[in-house]
Write a protein that binds this ligand. Structure first.
Ligand SMILES: Nc1ncnc2c1ncn2[C@@H]1O[C@H](COP(=O)(O)OP(=O)(O)O)[C@@H](O)[C@H]1O
Ligand SMILES: [Mg+2]
Length: 344
């Protein structure tokens, strides 16, 4: 059963010329990390807020665990769903510990249990409890504040996390670290995550499933490699940079070219490394294969031949991209020019 399903979801805000979301359908499976990718105003936040009932669809249905959200009590629903936004909204007069405890105390869990739980959560998000528990938000960097926000969202142990451009305000290095932590947390906890970004690099790095939005319409849904290799239209092709498939090797994780491991003596590379890292390392070292290392476990290997296969799949598309772009351009402008239904 899919964890979250959107079925023909449309959202019309009063007094706006076009619908914020127009007839969107897709499903997010249990344990997936699904990225909503699109430029500003494409409807990503609106989609996310319909999951925890900060907003309800004008028509269509959003289901969480099989039940339509509109049949679920909003407060009860939000307790089961973690929510992290860019302006994390920590309480400035509360310590880190108190900020993280806010949610469990709302849920009525005992104080002693939450104290241990706070430490566990702080460790999970990479903050040493003894150092950070008593600090106030103003004594933290932006990245650390986002970590606390994430700990707070995880406090009630929700099976579903909604994240709306959570790392958007951070510098590139801090963002990269938090992306890696998020992947680790997801591996450790198996949570279903719906993550909004306008950044293709972030989408490819994190997403097992990427949903591309434009002007309220769902353009395409698929894995990063599927989007690169078979963009549904010129818009997606341009957004993900299909025509420059080689450049995307900086973004795609090395696991994209994962093969079952056969040589335990091969040198290792972090599974979070990019395909480009792996390719360079293979070429420099002269080794036939590198083992992919994930939290100290070998989860497969990469070879130049395997990487070449990914390259050629993406390049085959790049070759036809120009002609596809031509024929799609008229279809796209037809979509863009189609009149929005009456706002309700
Ligand atoms: N509360 C609102 N009232 C009216 N229009 C809104 C409201 N929230 C969002 N919109 C409009 O809906 C569209 C989609 O917005 P949003 O979902 O926030 O996009 P994104 O998160 O992709 O940037 C935009 O055109 C935006 O102006
Ligand atoms: Mg938004």
């Amino acid at each position: 059963m899919a964890k979250v399903e959107f079925v023909n979801v449309t959202k019309a805000y009063p007094d706006s010329a076009r619908n914020a979301v127009q007839d969107v359908s897709f499903a997010v499976e249990q344990g997936a990390l699904c990225i909503l990718l699109g430029t500003s105003g494409s409807g990503k936040t609106t989609l996310l807020r319909m999951v925890n009932r900060l907003s309800d669809p004008t028509s269509g249905v959003v289901r969480v665990d099989g039940a339509p959200t509109t049949e679920q009590d909003p407060i009860a629903l939000r307790r089961r769903i973690g929510y992290v936004i860019q302006q994390v909204g920590l309480f400035p007069h509360l310590t880190v510990e108190e900020n993280v405890r806010v949610v469990p105390s709302i849920l009525g869990q005992s104080a002693s249990a939450t104290s241990e739980r706070v430490d566990e959560l702080l460790r999970l998000v990479g903050l040493e409890p003894s150092e950070y528990r008593k600090r106030f938000p103003r004594q933290l960097s932006g990245g650390q504040q986002q970590r606390v926000g994430l700990a707070r969202a995880l406090a009630a142990d929700p099976s579903l996390l909604l994240m709306d451009e959570p790392f958007g305000a951070l510098d590139a290095i801090t963002r990269g670290r938090l992306q890696e932590e998020l992947l680790r947390i997801q591996r450790e906890t198996g949570k279903t995550i719906l993550f909004v970004t306008h950044d293709v690099e972030e989408a490819f790095r994190l997403g097992s499933q990427v949903v591309v939005m434009d002007q309220g319409h769902l353009m395409q849904e698929g894995s990063p490699v599927e989007l690169l290799a078979r963009p549904a239209n010129a818009f997606v092709g341009q957004l993900v940079g299909s025509a420059n498939a080689l450049r995307q090797f900086e973004y795609l994780p090395a696991t994209t070219a994962r093969e079952p491991s056969v040589d335990s003596a091969a040198p290792g590379i972090a599974a979070s490394a990019t395909l480009l890292d792996a390719m360079l390392r293979l070429m420099q070292s002269g080794q036939p294969a590198l083992n992919l290392d994930e939290d100290g476990r070998v989860v497969g290997q990469v070879t130049l031949a395997g990487i070449a296969q990914v390259v050629s799949a993406a390049r085959a598309t790049a070759a036809t991209q120009a002609s596809v772009a031509q024929s799609q351009a008229s279809a796209d402008s037809a979509i863009a020019a189609s009149p929005a239904p009456e706002a309700v």
